[in-house]
Write a protein that binds this ligand. Sequence first.
Ligand code: 5GP
Ligand code: MN
Length: 341
Amino acid sequence: MMDFIHKSISKEIESALKQAGNVVIITHINPDGDAIGSSLGLYHYLKSAGKAVHVITPNSYPAFLHWLPGNSEILEFNQAYAKAKKLISEADILFHLDFNDPGRMDAMKDHVSKNSKATKILIDHHPKPVAFNDIEISDIRASSTAELVFYLIKALNGKLLTDRTICECLFTGIMTDTGCFSFNSSLPSTYQAVASIMESGIDKDRIYNLVYNNFSEARMKLLGYGLDKKMKVINQYHTAFISLSEEELKKYNFNTGDSEGFVNFPLSIKGIRFSALFLEKKDHVKISFRSHGNFPVNEFSAKHFNGGGHLNAAGGESYHSLDDTIKMFISLLPEYNNWLM
Ligand code: 5GP
Ligand code: MN
């Protein structure tokens, strides 16, 4: 069994919780399945433990996560600004879930740093967290933040892991952050957590269908268009990328989450080790990077595209035009020849 949660840390969290009235859980901008699944899993646990608890996200998240129990209780900072600010100011504990840098809170960052006296607790699996928390559970070996939340709950009060609501949320986080157990999922700890989660009686197939078989026709056509017309393969550097302009996204009626998973497809081409997806937004280009093997896309993204993430899955942003961003990306590849060959 992995020692994700040291006894001294769970004791510290236990005693912080004992003294706390109000708890707020915050996750990162553009929340994904792990961000929402881990946050709601912890939310339901803390509620069962009798705490006043709220989840706040910096912005909206994909519709394929809206079925999760507790979804309607989540506040989006850019929508429920006044209420979210008040909750953050009054919180005794702030849990920071699934991010390693306060910048990932976007506009919430300033409010948290200026107006919160809360004990800040990090639960995350990204490398090298910036020091902005009082208590840290940070482990890159974990498949997901949801897996770490599972082991934290187990350490605090394992009896509540029979609760199906908590387990549905945690399963969603683990399933989505491992691409249905295809990556970041080589340790027994993940399956030990999932085995215990299954004991709660969750319907795994239902969850899979709600997350992955829930897309619009336009989204499938956008994927087809992206792969057929907009994917460029650069065999020399074992690299492939897809780019989509604002106009193209509009034509396919783009909604948050529609491009989820697109960046993984080029990696299925034999020989491709590095993949990127460029999405043109109103005032920036949002980029996703993926790699096979040991090419560190988080470092690549941090160095050139104001981003970060994991070794094999990272994201970033560019403030140049879509065309210039792509030109810059291509011009960087020779520098990484040794990694990509
Ligand atoms: P995705 O490509 O799915 O948006 O993100 C993949 C990984 O990169 C996630 O772990 C996410 O947290 C991280 N990531 C995505 N965008 C950014 C970004 O702009 N900045 C940083 N630091 N990390 C990002
Ligand atoms: Mn995650």
